[in-house]
Design a protein around this ligand. Structure first.
Ligand SMILES: [Zn+2]
Ligand SMILES: [Zn+2]
Length: 249
């Protein structure tokens, strides 16, 4: 068992707010430079670019998990990761159908580009991924777990699109063990504001939309080996697996 350096919240060129330089080769290169051993691809409300980044990651010897950042109907961001691409792609059809059929405005939000590992453009996602899913937080969590994925609320210290920002508390019935925090989160301050956060383990991620953000926020995952099962156990804080967020540099 040892600690693995991980960042489970990275966007790609598919995210409307993601920089077009977030290509598979650039993301993987920067992740390796930053010493990361595990990353997750988590675009807004879509898993359509996971394949390209996983392929590039396999070539370079870094673990890339397929994931998604769901925006629930309460405007809460939830990070989910899945055991494999097949499951993530099945999940994509579910979440796609939970989005309102509103078109993206590329002039305002940027293009939502679907690419392969070699950066060939496979298509442009027309449906606006920036909008909320019709799923409530409860429904989103249930859908992720039914699919075989694991999830945690994203950036709870952020004032917008976060569980604490929107609700101010953590619904106990959802049985979260882990809360996501931003790259810049001051953990002492978060715990002073919300003392109940001490009951949870925290995972610091970069939430990278730009290449230079990769490596700015990460966590150490205590695992036997970097498989999905082990990572899921760390997120669920079971079997002696756990997560230690990096200190602020
Ligand atoms: Zn977010
Ligand atoms: Zn994000």
């Amino acid at each position: 068992m040892r600690l693995y350096k991980a960042d489970l919240h990275i966007h790609t060129v598919l995210s409307p707010c993601g920089d077009l330089e977030m290509s598979p080769s650039a993301v993987i290169k920067k992740a390796i430079e930053a010493g990361l051993e595990i990353i997750a691809i988590t675009d807004h409300n879509s898993t359509k670019n996971c394949s390209a980044y996983i392929k590039k990651g396999e070539q370079a010897g870094i673990v890339v998990l397929p994931g998604v950042e769901i925006q629930t109907s309460e405007e809460i961001h939830l990070i989910a990761v899945f055991p494999n691409l097949l499951i993530a792609e099945k999940f994509d059809r579910l979440i796609y159908n939970s989005l309102l059929p509103i078109e993206n405005n590329p002039d305002f939000f940027g293009d939502q580009v679907i690419i392969d590992a070699e950066e060939n453009i496979l298509g442009i996602e027309e449906r606006a991924l920036i909008n909320s899913s019709l799923w409530s937080l409860d429904e989103a969590v249930r859908e992720v777990r039914n699919a075989g994925g694991v999830c945690f609320p994203a950036h709870v210290d952020a004032s917008s699109y976060s569980l604490l920002g929107q609700l101010g508390f953590i619904p106990p019935d959802l049985q979260f063990k882990t809360l996501g925090i931003t790259a810049k989160c001051k953990i002492d301050r978060l715990m002073a504001q919300y003392p109940f956060v001490k009951e949870y383990q925290l995972i610091r991620n970069s939430d990278s939309h730009y290449i230079e953000q990769i490596g700015t926020g990460y966590s150490n995952l205590y695992l036997e080996k970097p498989t999905f099962e082990e990572i899921a156990s760390a997120i669920n804080n079971t079997d002696g697996r756990f997560i230690k967020p990096a200190e602020l540099s």
